[in-house]
Write a protein that binds this ligand. Structure first.
Ligand code: HAM
Length: 408
């Protein structure tokens, strides 16, 4: 038997209503905040992610589904995230000619070749939003507040909002050099990935999950440098304002100096929201500011900020939305009557179904009781008398209805 590939999951009919509820809450909340939905392709030019997400990241180095196609051997990649794709689309369609800021949101599948475990899949879904054109810290705060509001709208409590500032390229480069310097004596003991990160992007080392590396970062001399307040006065002022706006909106947060995020495009504010009810994969959502990405991908410079949320992780935390019962189940032994009646009911906006196998009445009523609010019984007696029997399946009460148009 052919089964779903490891790390992928069917979203079955019994769960789909919960997914639809989450999606409609996102649509409502984000549209109310003036974000427009965008749908970009699931695959993009591989170069977009190499340049956009960054070639010192695990995502680009180990996790991309990349293949070549066609006679010209085009290299394409299934999107591992959607910020790069949205930026590509923003540039390609000159969205800056629309009124600023450009505010976009999305929902869709992403693909990362990771080791599957609870809360981690190879095909997973993200809901996210991106805002272009505003360098003011109010934009960072709006995005974080919307993330919190969305989680609240889904009944999620028990959250920790972690916040950090990665500074701008100027102050960060000095910080990177300091990290490199303090870690030089430990180089031989770092994992192989960190040895590469040491060369390519020393900041990335702070995100390492290897236990030996984590111990090294806990050493006092290293920790002193890692947790040092390295950001320049402008970046500090920006960060202070973000914190101030969040406090105004009553968003509680904690500062996490080790928060560097797994993607290379961030500048200044980065954040993650974790749920204490999830296991080891406890980040529901992550994001930050990426002021250099639009220019780096060939657009006119534009500041930007956004986040993405893992839908599977969110769905695992929320109460299941129960399936709604049908309005009517038409109970009849005559298929032509069944077809005619359900078509008429559906046209009038009711949900309705009938038994196409013309089974015994008892069987049909048993099914009706499971899936509908009312049974509409139409058999010989009814046909002869030109009436219908309407049975309330909750109370068992039966009434004769002569005018089906008013049977509600
Ligand atoms: P990210 O932190 O890589 O950020 O992913 C965001 C969220 O997607 C995570 O917090 C997690 O809930 C979910 N997620 C990631 N990988 C998996 C996986 N393998 N299985 C299940 N869920 C997963 C980004 O993707 C950035 N594009 C966010 C962003 C938008 N930054 C600025 N704008």
């Amino acid at each position: 038997m052919i089964k779903a590939k490891r790390g992928t999951k069917d979203i079955l009919p019994c769960d789909i209503l919960t997914w639809q509820t989450v999606e409609s809450r996102a649509r409502e909340l984000f549209q109310n905040a003036n974000y427009k939905e965008i749908r970009t392709p699931i695959f993009e030019d591989t170069a977009l992610f190499k340049r956009g997400v960054g070639d010192s990241t695990d995502i680009v180095n180990k996790e991309m589904y990349t293949f070549t196609v066609g006679s010209n051997e085009d290299s394409i990649t299934l999107r591992p995230e959607n910020t790069a794709g949205v930026v590509r689309s923003y540039i390609e369609h000159n969205m800056e000619r629309f009124s600023f800021p450009v505010k976009l949101w999305y929902f869709g599948p992403m693909f990362r070749y990771e080791r599957p475990q609870a809360g981690r899949q190879r095909q997973f879904h993200q809901i996210g939003l991106e805002m272009f054109g505003i360098s003011n810290p109010a934009a960072d705060a709006e995005v974080i507040i919307l993330a919190c509001e969305f989680l609240k709208a889904n009944g999620i409590k028990d959250l920790t909002v972690s916040l950090n500032s990665l500074g701008c390229p100027n102050c960060r480069n000095m910080y990177k050099e300091k990290i490199k310097k303090v870690l030089t004596p430990y180089l031989d003991n770092l994992c192989d990935d960190c040895k590469i990160r040491y060369q390519k992007n020393p900041l990335r080392m702070l995100d390492c999950k290897n236990e030996d590396c984590k111990k090294i970062f806990e050493n006092k001399d290293v920790k002193n440098v890692v947790t040092e307040d390295f950001i320049c006065p402008d970046c500090r002022e920006h960060f202070e304002e973000v914190k101030k706006y969040l406090s105004c909106a009553c968003v509680n947060f904690e500062i996490d100096k080790m928060l560097v995020r797994g993607l290379d495009y961030y500048t200044r504010t980065v954040f993650e929201i974790k749920s204490n009810s999830l296991g080891s994969q406890n980040a529901i959502l992550g994001g930050g500011r990426y002021d250099g990405l639009v220019e780096m991908l060939g657009g006119k410079p534009a500041p930007a900020v956004g986040f993405a949320l893992g839908v599977e992780r969110l769905v695992s935390l929320i109460e299941k939305t129960e399936d709604k019962k049908l309005d009517y189940f038409v109970v009849t032994k005559f298929p032509e009557i069944g077809i005619k009646t359900v078509t008429m009911l559906r046209k009038k906006g009711f949900s309705a179904d009938f038994d196409m196998q013309s089974r015994k009445f008892a069987k049909q009523l048993e099914k009706a009781a499971k899936i509908a609010l009312f049974a509409l019984i139409i058999d010989e007696n009814e046909l002869e008398g030109k009436f219908y029997t309407l049975k309330n399946l909750q109370t068992g009460e039966q009434t004769k209805v002569y005018d089906i148009e008013n049977a509600n």
